[in-house]
Design a protein around this ligand. Structure first.
Ligand code: PDD
Length: 277
């Protein structure tokens, strides 16, 4: 398999970075995960735009255009004969002697991309997943897809330790998002999810779902909702590039309704599937 390192296609096993890469030492960089269905990137433009936005918001400037990035990722998919999987890409501020302050402008960023074969999570999409609720202890720029994921990792691991798939995070009474997903509730037929501000990542899958709702006259509200609304919801689901529209059937050991996927979630799964195939 191949990887792209700073514009060059090389063997995956040859893709290495220096111990003083700022991504390695500080998590000083941003990333994206892009889904590949049928050998084609899904919502590539949206992901690459967010990549540029995240990157520029921390003062890292990608030395390629979105068209150039698209072209090289397409080449990578072809080289790796990837049919169903993901592309992982990240950019860091580059290699420089360790110092919290940014290095001088002559230090160029490190950009890496590689692929992975990943099946669709069909069993979980059918049966739904279990979750826990956890306080959101992350920073206040969760809109940046930062490599610094410790808060997210601690949340995900706590969920895993309890035999669950995801941790639903909250700040005070307000539900924010999952450790690696956005969270939705359905109440009286209305789909509700946190507005895209600094407290959550503006998920590409979330935006596809919102668009699908609008196009199909499913009422949506993008607003903060509370733990109480979560508890009283008719249906709950999460979304991400790899999880798609994933039903949540249990929260902190309590079943959501009867512990079955609700009708609105099912409908959105069907509508989402039409977008990807
Ligand atoms: N996670 N919120 C967080 C904190 C995330 O890490 C992700 C994605 C999402 C959903 O975003 P999208 O629909 O654009 O994938 C929301 C990726 C998949 C990951 O870290 O692996």
């Amino acid at each position: 398999k191949y990887a792209i390192l700073n514009g060059k296609m090389i063997a995956r096993s040859e893709a290495k970075v220096d111990v003083e890469d700022r991504g390695y030492q500080f998590g000083d960089g941003v990333y994206e995960v892009i889904r590949v269905y049928n050998g084609k990137m899904f919502t590539a433009k949206e992901h690459l735009k967010r990549f540029v936005k995240s990157s520029e918001s921390i003062g890292i400037y990608i030395p390629y255009t979105i068209d150039q990035l698209t072209e090289s990722l397409e080449e990578l998919i072809e080289k790796n004969k990837l049919h169903l999987g993901t592309i992982y890409m990240q950019i860091t501020r580059g290699v420089a002697p360790r110092n919290h302050a940014f290095p001088t402008a002559d230090v160029s960023p490190t950009l890496v991309a590689y692929t992975k074969e990943v099946a669709r999570p069909e069993d979980s999409l059918n049966s739904g997943v279990k979750t826990i609720i956890m306080e959101d202890i992350r920073w206040l720029r969760c809109d940046i897809k930062s490599l610094n994921l410790l808060g997210n990792l601690l949340a995900k691991q706590k969920a895993a330790d309890e035999g669950c798939f995801e941790a639903i995070q909250h700040r005070g009474q307000d539900v924010t998002e999952g450790s690696s997903s956005n969270v939705f509730i359905v109440k009286n037929g209305v789909v509700i999810t946190h507005e895209s501000n600094n407290l959550i990542l503006k998920g590409i899958t979330k935006d596809v779902i919102l668009q699908v709702c609008t196009d199909n006259n499913v009422p949506v509200e993008e607003r903060t909702f509370t733990l109480e609304e979560l508890e009283q919801a008719d249906e709950v689901f999460l979304s991400s590039t790899t999880s798609e529209v994933m039903p949540i059937v249990e929260i902190d050991g309590k079943k959501v309704k009867e512990g079955l996927t609700g009708p609105v979630t099912r409908k959105l799964q069907e509508l989402f599937e039409r977008e990807i195939v």
